[in-house]
Design a binder for this molecule. Structure first.
Ligand code: DX5
Ligand code: ZN
Length: 214
């Protein structure tokens, strides 16, 4: 299993320590960008994202929980981000255009949906997007409880991807931990995002390794 720890739960007073730990153990670094409008929370912006440029040996995956995400695609590409997901809820009928723009910037393009958005909204893009971010909590905060119905959403999407012979990956984000990771793997998840399960643990590296082993 590919594991993408979310920095939202990292120690921001000692970020370089957590960056080193992720470089040594994780597969992807997940950056949660929140604007306080699309979600009722504000996380961090380019003062942090730019400071992280070149510090990760692993791909950086930016999850944009913002309105008008297209305003920032180039800025994140210039900051060294390799994967970027925007919320379908904020694509305003321009989903394909956004994917093309991200590809033109050399980024992998992901579409994220909150738990109240049918996975069928993603079906027109199965052969176009590189990955789909299935939120298993409502976007906005770390440390929330996993929504169990997410498993059926992941398996339904996986069946459609496989039926069409597509290669898009499924990333699951929110309340992921060692007690639901195996179920998510069986349902068809390819990438697991975990924030609090990793950074609140006594031994974060060990949790990452156990998640990778499911
Ligand atoms: C929530 C973020 C998630 C969150 C994951 O809006 O998109 O990435 O930080 O944190 P946990 O794993 O603690 O739910
Ligand atoms: Zn996220």
């Amino acid at each position: 299993m590919t594991v993408a720890p979310s920095l939202l739960s990292a120690d921001f007073l000692n970020l370089s320590k957590d960056v080193a730990m992720l470089n040594a153990n994780a597969d992807i670094a997940h950056l949660d960008i929140m604007d306080g409008v699309f979600v009722p929370n504000i996380s961090f912006g380019f003062s942090v994202v730019d400071a992280l440029k070149g510090k990760f040996d692993i791909p950086v995956d930016a999850h944009l929980m913002v309105v008008h995400p297209e305003r920032w695609f180039e800025r994140f590409a210039n900051a060294g981000v390799k994967m970027l997901s925007f919320h379908w809820e904020e694509s305003r009928g321009r989903t394909s255009e956004f994917i093309d723009r991200l590809h033109s910037l050399g980024l992998k393009a992901g579409i994220a949906i909150n738990p109240d958005i049918p996975v069928s909204r993603l079906y027109p893009y199965l052969g176009k997007a590189d990955y789909f971010l299935i939120m298993s909590v409502f976007a906005g905060f770390g440390g929330q409880s996993f929504i169990p119905g997410s498993l059926d959403r992941v398996s339904a999407l996986k069946r459609k991807i496989e039926a069409g012979g597509f290669r898009a990956a499924i990333e699951v984000d929110g309340g992921v931990n060692l007690s639901n990771a195996a179920d998510l793997a069986r349902a068809g998840a390819d990438i697991l995002v975990a924030g609090s399960a990793v950074f609140n643990a006594g031994d974060p590296a060990s949790v990452i390794r156990k998640l990778q082993a499911v």
